[in-house]
Design a protein around this ligand. Structure first.
Ligand code: 5AD
Ligand code: SF4
Length: 462
C-alpha cells in the first residue's frame, strides 16, 4: 500500500475529467494506494449523480475524507482534519461531511457519537450506496452503511482519475484480505478477499492506453492471491496469468503491482516478470521482522530463513529487480536480540527502500486480544531510529551502484526543483531527474546516471 503505505494526504489537483454537475465535492484521501483508487471510484459514482470535484474546500457542498486505520497516528491525523471541517461547517450549515473508508468501517456508529459534525459514514464496500446516503443526509438524518461484501469489486465502475498526471494509474484487481496477520486491522476494515473479473481489468488497461496512460499498477492487499474462476467455463486466471494478460495489452504500457505477500508469491510470477520487458522490475516485499520468533507471533506464515531464500530467488531470476520492504519495530515481546535480527535482515537483503513503522496496537486484532503491547515507547522509538538509519545507509549505497548505468525512464513531469529539468521513473521505480532538452511527459528516454542524492538519481539523456 507503498509511496504506498505512508499515511499521507493526497490533494485534489486536476480539474474534473468526467464532469458531473454543479454540486461540488471536495475529497481528501489518506492511507494506501488502494484508498487513492477507491476515491477515484467514489468520484465516478458521484459524477453520475450531479457532482464535480473541487480543490477549494470552501466552495464544497460535500466534503469526504477517505480514511486509514492502519496505525493510531493515521486515525489521529484524520481526527485533526475533522476539527478543521467542523469550523467550515459552522459557517455553512448545509455542508455535508462524510467519513469513508477504513476508519468509517472500523468505528461505525461510534464515530458518529464521537464526532458530531459527521453526516455520513461509509465503509469500503458500500460506495454504490453513496447517492442514496447523500439524499438521507440532506434531510438532516445521519446516514450509515458499513456493510462488507463477499462479492463487491466495483468491476463495472470506471474510475475518474481526478488527480492523475495522465501517465500513471492504479487498477484495483482485488479487494479485502484473508491473511489475518496478528497486528493488522485490514481484514476488519476491508473484509474478505475477492478477485475482480480479469476481462474488466484488461478493458480498463486498454482504455487507459487509449487515453495516453503508460504505466499501470495492479493493486490489491495481497496480489499473489488473485484468483478468478469463470463459473461457466471453469477457466482459471491466477496472478501470474493476469500479469501476462496486462503486459500483452501494449508493449509500451508499463505494468507494476502491489503488494506481494512473501508466503504467497510464486516463482511463476517471477518468471512472468522476467519474460516481459514491460513488467516493471520492482517487488514490494514486506518482511515486517527479521526474527522468526516474532514472525510467528505476527502470524506471517514464514521464517526469516525462508524469507531470505525468497530474496535470493528473486535476485537469481530477476538480477536487476528492485526490492522494497516494510518493517514493524517493537512488536509485542520483541527483545534486543529480535531487533538485531531485523537489522541483520536489512543488511542481508540490501533493500532499495524501506517503509518502517513503530508497532501500533489496533483494537480487536489477534495481537491486541492475546499479547501485551509491552515494548516501552522509548525502546520502540530507539529501535525504529536504528532501523531507519541503517536502511537509509543501505538505500544510499544501493543507489551509488546505479551511477554509470543507463536506464529507460518514463517521463512523468517537470522536476519540482527546476523547470529546466524533467523527472521520471525507471522500471525499478527509482525517480530520476535529468535536463529537459526537447523531451516531454509520457516519453521514454534512456538516461545515464551520473549522481545520486538521498531520494533521487540524477542523470543525462543519451
Ligand atoms: N502497527 C504498525 N505498523 C503496521 N502495519 C500494519 N499494521 C500495523 C500496526 N498495527 C504496517 C505493516 C504493513 C504496512 C502497510 O503497515 O508494515 O506492511
Ligand atoms: Fe489502506 Fe485501509 Fe490499510 Fe490504511 S487501513 S493502509 S487505508 S487498507
Amino acid at each position: 500500500m507503498t509511496d504506498y503505505i505512508k499515511t499521507k494526504k493526497i490533494n485534489n489537483i486536476s480539474p474534473t475529467i468526467k464532469s458531473g454537475g454543479n454540486k461540488k465535492l471536495y475529497i481528501e484521501t489518506y492511507g494506501c494506494q488502494m484508498n487513492v483508487a477507491d476515491s477515484e471510484l467514489v468520484v465516478s459514482i458521484l459524477a453520475d449523480n450531479g457532482f464535480s470535484t473541487t480543490d477549494d474546500i470552501n466552495s464544497a457542498d460535500i466534503i469526504f475524507i477517505n480514511t486509514c486505520s492502519i496505525r493510531d497516528n493515521a486515525e489521529q491525523r484524520i481526527r485533526g482534519r475533522l476539527q478543521i471541517f467542523k469550523k467550515i461547517k459552522k459557517t455553512k450549515p448545509y455542508l455535508i461531511i462524510g467519513v469513508i473508508g477504513c476508519m468509517a468501517e472500523r468505528l461505525k456508529n461510534k464515530l458518529l457519537e464521537q464526532e458530531k459534525l459527521i453526516d455520513i459514514i461509509v465503509g469500503p464496500d458500500a460506495y454504490r450506496d453513496l447517492p442514496n446516503l447523500i439524499k438521507i443526509a440532506k434531510t438532516g438524518q445521519k446516514a450509515v452503511n458499513v456493510l462488507l461484501s463477499r462479492e463487491e469489486t466495483y468491476a463495472d465502475i470506471s474510475p475518474v482519475r481526478y488527480s492523475s498526471n495522465g501517465i500513471t494509474a492504479f487498477i484495483s484487481i482485488m479487494r479485502g484480505c484473508d491473511n489475518m496477520c496478528s497486528y493488522c486491522v485490514v481484514p476488519f476494515t476491508r473484509g474478505r478477499e475477492r478477485s475482480r473479473n480479469p476481462e474488466s481489468i484488461i478493458e480498463e488497461a486498454k482504455d487507459l492506453v487509449k487515453n495516453g496512460y503508460k504505466d499501470v499498477t495492479l493493486l490489491g492487499q495481497n496480489v499473489d492471491k488473485y484468483n478468478w474462476e469463470d463459473t461457466k467455463t471453469g477457466k482459471k486466471v491466477n496472478f501470474a496469468k493476469l500479469l501476462e494478460l496486462t503486459a500483452k495489452v501494449s508493449p509500451s504500457l508499463r505494468v507494476r503491482f502491489s503488494t506481494s505477500y512473501p508466503q504467497d508469491m510464486t516463482d511463476e510470477v517471477l518468471y512472468t516478470m522476467a519474460k516481459y520487458k514491460n513488467i516493471c522490475k520492482h517487488i514490494h516485499f514486506p518482511a515486517q521482522s527479521g526474527s522468526s520468533r516474532i514472525l510467528e507471533k505476527m502470524k506471517r506464515g514464514y521464517t526469516a530463513e525462508w524469507y531470505k531464500n525468497r530474496i535470493l530467488k528473486i535476485k537469481e531470476i530477476l538480477p536487476d529487480c528492485a526490492i522494497t520492504t516494510d518493517i514493524i519495530s517493537g512488536f509485542c515481546s520483541e527483545t534486543e536480540d529480535d531487533h538485531k535480527q531485523t537489522l541483520s535482515l536489512l543488511e542481508f537483503a540490501q533493500f532499495d527502500l524501506g517503509f518502517m513503522f513503530k508497532y501500533s496496537e489496533r483494537p480487536n486484532t489477534y495481537a491486541a486480544r492475546n499479547f501485551k503491547d509491552d515494548v516501552p515507547e522509548e525502546i520502540k522509538s530507539r529501535r525504529l531510529t536504528e532501523i531507519i538509519n541503517l536502511q537509509n545507509k543501505i538505500s544510499k549505497s544501493v543507489k551509488q551502484k546505479d551511477i554509470g548505468k543507463t536506464f529507460e525512464v518514463l517521463i512523468e513531469g517537470t522536476s519540482k526543483k527546476s523547470t529546466e529539468e524533467l523527472f521520471g521513473r525507471t522500471s525499478q521505480n527509482k525517480v530520476v531527474v535529468f535536463p529537459k532538452k526537447n523531451y516531454k511527459k509520457g516519453d521514454y528516454v534512456n538516461v545515464k546516471i551520473t549522481d545520486a542524492s538521498s531520494a533521487t538519481l540524477i542523470g543525462v539523456t543519451i
